[in-house]
Design a protein around this ligand. Structure first.
Ligand SMILES: [Zn+2]
Length: 488
């Protein structure tokens, strides 16, 4: 199994899988979730035994129970027991039940495809008892849909991959220099203009998600225990926004949605009151559309040349008593964080936001280099932080030296298994929320490229995020991997 359950006991007995399954739930388990879990398990189970040779009078009973345990247990803890009469699943949270079903699916797959010893037959489900919980609350996967666009149906498949690996945070990078991807009621030029770029050959590339499609993604995620974190990257990486609303720049001109990769010197003005009001309205709309706790406002790679030359920005620095342009970005982050806090949200930013003293509210994503310096700075400043270091967890890197698609970096799946949370803890351990892998798509133009990058490293990622420790024995891990369905 991947990830390996925290506690597992196996027994010599087996449960005889039949083609009949009786599903039961207690009253506290919501009907909608119960129907989803049953459909998920049932489709899987019946696919496994679709040749129909298993059929007798036995009925397999699977009992779901959403209820507190008598002892105190960690968040999203679940209990799974297979004995010769029934399969029992219990958890205190809906996510616990969702994770338990993923574990059971892996157990069923292995039981059906691998014969354990000479007495077993496919279809004998070994009895076992599992008590399991995640080590960290943040187990994420990111997707950049700006550089290349992936439609909402594909995003739903992406969430399916995540769910199978017990990941619970989907970081949706919805805007960048090369495209804005969200329908906006308040500022429709964002999707009408900002979602499209002209390539060198004159063709138009782009796309965006309608509000309905976003809601379909959110529903899909919720049933799988995944929270969606929208990212609107400001004040840099904002050329798609500026193409739609040029007045948001320090010096307005005709901007174009970029068709090349890199960092733009043109960024949003932080001096004009109109820009601040505009951003508050935009983030209010985003906060209303996305029900989760978090909103990511980027903050990375924002060169300060424009602000240095802008009278509005310089006036803001003077009026607010700020030290310099970095502090102005800190002021901007603080202002928007306060606005979003009033809407019940917590903001997240890339680690550059620490340069401007943004206060302790924002959660910091440590990404630059190996992430250790950024993590330490966040920790020492008292900010909560999430790890996604460039040299370790950037899945747009190539899988090996033979691959041609991807960045210049090579990150082997074995490297992911060696990821050490202990390199990033400095005292107050509760400030470290967990980690995620980032999937930027400058070099990943289509689904096949993207899948290749994620598929190879997703199971190792699942293992280290769930259990919070590096895997020392790669071959033991490989044995477990081989027991799983490889298709994502
Ligand atoms: Zn300005």
């Amino acid at each position: 199994m991947i990830p390996l359950p925290k506690q597992m006991r196996e027994f010599k007995k087996c449960f005889w899988m039949t083609s009949r399954v009786l599903y039961q739930r207690n009253a506290d388990l919501p009907e909608k979730l119960f129907r989803f879990l049953v459909a998920d398990l049932d489709a899987y189970y019946h696919n496994l035994i679709s040749d129909g040779f298993l059929d007798d009078d036995n009925t397999m009973s699977v009992r779901f129970k959403l209820a507190p345990f008598t002892k105190k247990v960690p968040p999203d803890y679940y209990f799974l027991k297979v004995d010769n009469l029934a399969i029992q699943i219990q958890a205190e949270s809906q996510n616990g039940l969702i994770h338990a079903v993923q574990t059971l699916k892996q157990h069923l797959y292995k039981a059906y495809h691998y014969v354990h010893d000479e007495f077993d037959e496919p279809g004998d489900l070994p009895c076992l008892e599992i008590r399991d919980w995640p080590s960290y609350p943040w187990r994420g996967l990111h997707l950049d849909v700006s550089r290349h666009f992936f439609d909402f149906k594909f995003v739903q498949r992406y969430l399916d991959w995540m769910a199978r690996s017990k990941l619970n945070k989907f970081h949706w990078h919805l805007s960048d220099d090369q495209g804005w991807r969200l329908e906006s009621r308040k500022f429709p030029r964002l999707h009408e203009i900002g979602a499209w770029r002209k390539d060198a050959d004159g063709s138009v590339y782009g796309g965006y998600y309608t509000r309905r499609q976003v809601k379909a993604v959110l529903d899909h995620a919720a049933l799988r225990g995944i929270e969606v974190i929208p990212e609107i990257d400001i004040p840099g990486h904002a050329m798609a926004i500026l193409a739609a609303y040029p007045d948001l720049a320090c010096v307005p001109r005709d901007f174009e949605v970029l068709k090349v990769w890199g960092i733009s010197e043109d960024i949003l003005c932080a001096g004009k009151d109109g820009v601040i009001a505009w951003l508050k309205e935009l983030f209010s709309e985003v906060a209303e559309l996305f029900p989760g706790q978090y909103v990511h406002l980027g903050g990375d790679e924002a060169p300060k040349q424009r602000w240095q030359a802008c009278p509005h920005c310089q006036k803001r620095i003077k009026d607010e008593g700020l030290a310099d342009e970095e502090a102005l970005q800190g002021w901007l982050v603080k202002t928007l964080a306060k606005h979003l806090r009033n809407l019940g949200k917590t903001v997240i930013g890339w680690d550059e936001i620490l340069n401007g003293q943004p206060g302790q509210d924002p959660i910091v994503m440590a990404w630059r280099g190996d992430g250790i310096d950024a993590a330490r700075r966040a920790h020492d400043n008292g900010n909560r932080y999430i790890l996604c270091p460039y040299t370790k967890l950037y899945f747009d890197a190539r899988n090996n030296e033979y691959e041609t698609v991807g960045t210049d970096q090579i990150i082997l799946w074995g490297d992911v298994l060696g990821f050490r949370f202990s390199d990033y803890t400095f005292g107050r351990q509760q400030l470290l929320l967990g980690a995620q892998a980032n999937v930027w798509t400058e070099h990943l133009a289509d689904r096949a490229d993207l899948k290749e990058k994620v598929a190879n490293r997703l199971r190792p990622l699942a293992e280290i995020l769930w259990n919070g420790e590096p895997v020392e024995d790669v071959w033991e891990f490989w044995d477990r991997w081989r027991d799983l369905n490889f298709t994502l």
